[in-house]
Design a protein around this ligand. Structure first.
Ligand SMILES: [Zn+2]
Length: 178
């Protein structure tokens, strides 16, 4: 578990999508595998993307403190080379924030699921607690479909499992952060 890549953790995919766009998670995976500093040209070759696109992502990551770079002048060409590195403690810190938010939502969901029997519309995705569904005489207020109870203990189990997993991941992330 402690050998796990940071990209496999909960909420990480969503997090990187928001921070740097859809390509970001792949970029992070490549950088993680390299385990040392890298140039934008290397990444661009690996991902088969233009250097400018890679730089755009890296700049977004830099803005959030996730990636850092060092600049050096190439003596022959006079151009600057940028060598990048991932800041893993910072990634851990940001993921912890996200996971804690998600954990709050999951815990609310858990207590809600324990408190009510839910009724689901068979036609659309409307879902109501028993009391409200009964007020509508078990006819979906959104589409008029019939509402039925799912009464699914599996769903509660799934929520509890997710909560446990995130709590485990938080312990690992706290170690990376240090
Ligand atoms: Zn409906």
């Amino acid at each position: 578990m402690s050998q796990k890549s940071i990209t496999e953790l909960f909420v990480v995919q969503d997090f990187f999508d928001i921070v740097g766009g859809k390509e970001t998670i792949e970029l992070i995976k490549i950088c993680e595998r390299k385990r040392k500093a890298f140039t934008d040209e290397e990444i661009s070759k690996k991902m088969n993307k233009k250097v400018t696109e890679i730089r755009a992502i890296l700049n977004k990551l830099h803005f959030r403190g996730i990636a850092t770079y060092q600049k050096s002048r190439n003596q022959k060409t006079g151009w600057y080379n940028y060598t990048w590195e991932l800041n893993k403690p910072r990634i851990a810190e940001l993921i912890i924030e996200k996971q804690k938010e998600y954990l709050i939502k999951l815990n609310e969901k858990k207590s809600l699921e324990a408190e009510y029997y839910f009724f689901d519309c068979k036609k659309c995705s409307e879902r109501l607690p028993f009391e409200i569904a009964a007020e509508y005489r078990f006819i979906c207020p959104a589409c008029g479909g019939k509402m039925d109870t799912l009464n699914d203990p599996q769903m509660q189990k799934d929520t509890i499992k997710k909560i446990k997993k995130i709590e485990e991941e938080l312990i690992i992330l706290e170690k990376i952060k240090e």
